[in-house]
Write a protein that binds this ligand. Structure first.
Ligand code: PLP
Length: 405
């Protein structure tokens, strides 16, 4: 593989700086990825050259912005191989995508006594919306557990499913454990039982080439900011058969067909789910991020990140007192751990002072923390721009901290 890391890094101005007089080592891409110049330039270009509100303007700039906005929808459709552009709903991010389904799908299909199966390794954004919906409709959230290696116990899934089950919510890749879940298998089991599946793809979309038709998934969510795009925008993919039956999520401009005091009719898909002025500039820049990702190649990025993951894991294994969380085979590029005798916040803060940015805390995954009976941990995560040299800098900094304690 020819992976020109120097060329890739040259696209990310933010990486070439010092923090606390130390070269920045950014190992927190799973929280949010840095943005290439192509994305930053698009944000600026739209604001400088053709900013206007979309879909409703009758002037040059509004038209140009609208065309670009809708082209991004086509790009996303191709990026995940959706059957129709009607199935691509723009949201604020993965969190809003999950909330949209929890609100609209549950309003239509969830009844008293029904059940939603949610995995134990979910980000809060794929647990809480289901709990809220369950509370609203008198339904129940049922846990699908994982084992200590970080593998979902899907052999128990069939037993958990009953005629009361309406939906299964699970992530494609865990933000703490890095586990790549066998979602094809989960979807097949669910569909055999006429159950819909919501996949949280926030940590998968930047690393795994997606084909929603092949997956046969009902709903799939992801955020632009983890895909090297801007924050505040994301996608909900939903099968047309569901989206056309589900009631709107929010009311407002653009989601209507006609409004009167006698009643309102709703717009066609995907606009039925896109009330109000969207984040026009960020969506345009999301398109630039997708172009950039396609140019480099998701598979090439994944291969590079796996090399980094193997390198860092093999070195970290030698660190005395280290405990890893998530060791599933074929895991994605995140490593979560604690070191005996060092509080994760102290470790994170001291690494930061040496220029190394890592994530610390519960990682928005309290149920994963509870599984391992811990309050929090450290997570390092890799993006397309990280290097083995940066991992060496991180390891040296980690060693320094260990010497201090
Ligand atoms: N799901 C997973 C697995 C995540 O890692 C995250 C963010 O870290 C989210 C959902 C929520 O994403 P956002 O905050 O962009 O909506």
């Amino acid at each position: 593989m020819t992976y020109d890391i120097d060329k890739i890094r040259s696209n990310f101005p933010i990486l070439h700086q010092e923090v606390y007089n130390k070269p920045l080592v950014y190992l927190d891409t799973a929280a949010s990825a840095q943005k290439p110049v192509q994305v930053l330039m698009k944000l600026e270009q739209l604001h400088n050259e053709y900013y206007g509100n979309i879909h409703r303007g009758a002037h040059f700039m509004a038209d140009k912005a609208t065309v670009e906005f809708e082209e991004v929808r086509n790009k996303i459709q191709a990026f995940i191989n959706a059957k129709s552009r009607k199935e691509i709903i723009f949201t604020k991010g993965a969190t809003e995508s999950m909330n949209l389904v929890a609100s609209s799908f549950c309003e239509k299909y969830l009844n008293k006594g029904d059940e939603i199966i949610v995995s134990e390794m979910e980000h809060h954004s794929n647990i809480v919306p289901w709990q809220m919906a369950a509370q609203r409709y008198g339904a129940k959230v049922v846990k699908l557990s994982f084992n200590d290696t970080g593998i979902l116990e899907i052999e128990k899934l069939s037993e958990l499913i009953s005629e009361k089950t309406k939906l299964i919510a699970v992530n494609h890749v865990s933000n703490v454990l890095g586990t790549v879940n066998p979602i094809e298998e989960i979807i097949a089991i669910a569909h055999k039982n006429n159950v819909a599946v919501m996949i949280d793809g926030a940590q998968a979309a930047p690393h795994i080439k997606l084909d929603v038709q092949k997956l046969d998934v009902d709903f799939y969510a992801f955020s632009a900011h983890k895909l090297y795009g801007p924050n505040g925008v994301g996608v909900l993919y939903g099968k047309e058969k569901w989206l056309s039956e589900m009631p709107p999520y929010q009311g407002g401009g653009q989601m209507i067909s006609e409004v009167s005091f006698e009643g309102t009719t709703y717009n066609e898909l995907p606009y039925k789910f896109e009330a109000g002025t969207p984040n026009i500039s960020s969506l345009a820049a999301f398109g630039a991020a997708i172009d950039f990702l396609i140019e480099i190649g998701i598979e090439n990025i994944a291969e590079w990140e796996h090399e980094l993951l193997d390198y860092a894991t093999s070195k970290l294994k030698d660190v005395e007192g280290i405990k890893f969380y998530g060791e599933a085979p074929g895991k994605s590029g995140v490593i979560s751990f604690n070191i005996e005798g060092i509080h994760f916040y102290d470790l994170g803060m001291l690494l930061d002072k040496m220029g190394v940015a890592v994530r610390t805390g519960h990682l928005c995954a309290d149920t994963v923390m509870a599984h391992y009976n811990m309050q929090g941990c450290i997570r390092i995560s890799f993006g397309m721009y990280n290097t083995k040299n940066e991992i060496d800098v991180f390891l040296a900094a980690l060693n320094k901290v260990r010497m201090m304690f």
